[in-house]
Write a new protein. Sequence first.
Length: 169
Amino acid sequence: MRYHNITKDDMLNGDGLRVVLWVSGCSHCCKECHNPVTWDPDGGVLFDDAAKEEIFEQLEKSYISGITFSGGDPLHAANRLAVRELMEEIKKRYPDKTIWLYTGDSWEDIRNYSLLQYVDVLVDGEFKQELKNTKLRWRGSANQRVIDVRRSLQQSDAAVPVLYCTDEG
């Protein structure tokens, strides 16, 4: 896996103060994407032990709510296995920290992915310029959903996601 940045004390990409890992690789290539530099899976730098330790140092802080995986797309084929392994390690080391995941994929297409067992909140769907709305919480366009993954997976019909928040916040 490759990445572009690790953001610290982020308040825009999930609930609370977070550390954000911006991975390389995205096949959605949404028009007007705010991060097209992350599309190339060979861009950025190799995610190594030093990068992992940088994330762990942030997660050690009591005021950090958790980590957000963004990009690019953490579910791009170049990222999926490494992201899953990192999530698993984070959940073991920091069980009280939340994991958020941004993807251009839809819940309906990924709800059976095994890595979702580690995700607390998923923001799904491609960014759509024609549905752009700067008043939405944690997402850029009205088609995207902020999904409570744990509650969604526990309900009898996991095909219908439980929203973490609505347009009202």
